[in-house]
Design a protein around this ligand. Sequence first.
Ligand SMILES: [Zn+2]
Length: 84
Amino acid sequence: MKNIYAKAWICVGVMMLGIVVLMSSLAFLGNKIMLYICLVLGIITFLAGIILNFIIVRCPHCGSHIGRVYGSRCPYCGEEYSRK
Ligand SMILES: [Zn+2]
């Protein structure tokens, strides 16, 4: 996949999933083991989204990590993301 916007949104999706898992831990307040499992899984998923972002959301031209994709040009080299 070469679409940097799609990659950025996948990472956001993974982070959101982590938050959902964290939230779902509230359903297990009476069950400490399940509560801890959900908390740990949620944090791991959230961190995975951040790490994934660092690994795959990069400028196709200069390889700089962009993080949040603003506009259609790389803030480091000024090239357009879509142009290859
Ligand atoms: Zn660049």
